[in-house]
Design a protein around this ligand. Structure first.
Ligand code: EPU
Length: 423
């Protein structure tokens, strides 16, 4: 992992991209789904697991708990017959926020969980108070030391009727996973509607859980005393999908995005149509046609089915090429504009005022040495490098590999000039 942290990506821009690109399984579905194996001592077989760093971290964290298994060729075979250590140490999870997803299921199975506080993206404050509040209401005693969250259930957890004060994706997933092994009927209200939550419910159902309300904001869970192992295929990654769709919008490019679910990126496709891109969707494909002329637009991020915060940075790169002033309001995280500084270094004209970025287009981009500060910012910079004149060097490419499977290789297959350099 340390080796990858020093990886750079070199991009010689202005190459025409064409052809097909296949979208991998969703990182943010696979993360809670791997954590869900803790709820059972059965055997699991996952397909379409993305080979990205955050998933490797989760796999290591599960092995540290006592799981046995293997992860290769996008497949995870794994079982956790007994919990050997109820601890998720900092050394394993410091680069990722995966650890928090272990708290709920480990507490439900084991009655005790000591989990390193989540690290991960530098995108602003990422609270977990609703995860904690929900588990406390279920009867857990929770305290923190400098590095860990320590949860103990002196008696078995009990069912609750809990309304999330704000929508939270991993919060919904954590309480869901705790509730499936908790006696009685738990009702979770104001749940996140992201497809990754729905896919986790699909997995839990095939493990034998009793859950009603999939894809709605009120989920009713009747606890079971035990759950079985199962076979599961992870849904496609809608953020990777959206990133390649945006790449397909730059002048002359002609990309077909495969293993796509157009509905998952509906909010993005609507924006693209509004700015002047012709979008053609098939059952599992998305094709773009554009003449490289875009109208500016005002956009804001919101929970699913709204426009996702995880595509905000990548859309910003595209809007640097629109004729006029676009504005993006970031409603989910309070420090998710670090890409704007780097894009400005490359020649963009973006001002940030509070939670709004003001993108003044159209500005040609020029290759520079820039730094990937977080996962999605890195993707936005790679997109910038693809359309820039000259060579772009992106440092700290580890961030990109946390969530994008083989991005340099996929881009090269589409005709880009991209190299990955290990130091
Ligand atoms: N929030 C609270 N209290 C909580 C939980 C959340 O106030 O207990 C606030 C957060 O501070 C934030 C908002 O609610 O302002 C939404 O946070 P949420 O909990 O939904 O985010 P998350 O579960 O930590 C997941 C994804 C993120 C994605 C967000 C929003 C995973 C593993 N991560 O994070 O993905 O940005 O939902 O959609 O599912 C990424 O993949 O690049 C990424 C950052």
């Amino acid at each position: 992992m340390v080796k990858i942290k020093n990886t750079k990506i070199l991009i010689n821009g202005k190459k025409r991209l064409s052809g097909h690109v296949r979208i991998a399984g969703a990182k943010n579905a696979a993360l809670p789904e791997l954590a869900a194996i803790i709820l059972s001592n059965g055997e699991f077989h996952f397909r379409d697991v993305p080979e990205v760093e955050d998933i490797r971290v989760m796999f290591q964290a599960l092995k540290n708990l006592g799981a046995e298994g293997e992860f290769h060729s996008n497949t995870v075979k794994i079982t956790l017959p007994e919990i050997k250590s109820p601890v998720v140490p900092k050394e394993i999870v410091e680069t990722s926020r995966a650890s928090i997803l272990i708290l709920g299921p480990l507490l439900a199975r084991n009655g005790y969980a000591k989990v390193s506080k989540p690290g991960g993206c530098a995108i602003g404050e990422r609270k977990i108070n609703f995860h904690i509040q929900g588990l406390q209401k279920m009867g857990a005693e929770i305290h923190e030391d400098d590095q860990h969250i320590i949860a103990t259930a002196h008696k078995p957890l009990h069912a609750i009727d809990y309304t999330f004060p704000n929508k939270t994706v991993t919060g919904t997933e954590n309480l869901l996973m705790a509730a499936v092994l908790t006696e009685g009927t738990t009702i979770l209200r104001n749940c996140a509607l992201e497809p990754e939550v729905g896919d986790l419910i699909q997995l839990l159902l095939s493990m034998g859980a009793d859950i009603k309300g999939k894809d709605t904001d009120t989920i009713t869970i009747t606890g079971k005393t035990s759950l079985n192992g199962t076979v599961h295929r992870v849904i496609p990654d809608r953020i990777e999908m959206g990133t390649y769709v945006i790449a397909g919008c730059f002048q002359d490019n002609e990309i077909v995005v495969e293993n796509a679910v157009p509905e998952y990126v509906h909010s993005l496709l609507k924006i693209l149509e509004e700015i002047g891109v012709y979008v053609e969707t098939g059952k599992d494909t998305i094709k773009l046609k554009t003449n490289g002329v875009f109208k500016p637009i005002d956009v804001e991020t919101s929970p699913y089915p709204g426009f996702p915060t995880d595509l905000q940075a990548q859309l910003t790169t595209l809007l640097t090429q629109a004729d006029g002033i676009s504005r993006i309001k970031e409603n989910i995280f309070n420090n998710r504009f670090q890409h704007t500084h780097e894009l400005n270094t490359m020649g963009a004209n973006i001002e940030v005022e509070g939670d709004i970025s003001i993108i003044k287009g159209k500005t040609p981009l020029i290759g520079k040495t820039i730094r990937g500060t977080d996962l999605r910012a890195s993707a936005a910079l790679v997109l910038g490098g693809l359309i820039a004149e000259g060579q772009t060097i992106m440092e700290n490419a580890y961030q990109l590999f946390r969530g994008y499977e083989n991005m340099p290789r996929k881009l090269v297959q589409l005709g880009a000039d991209v190299k990955q350099i290990e130091e």
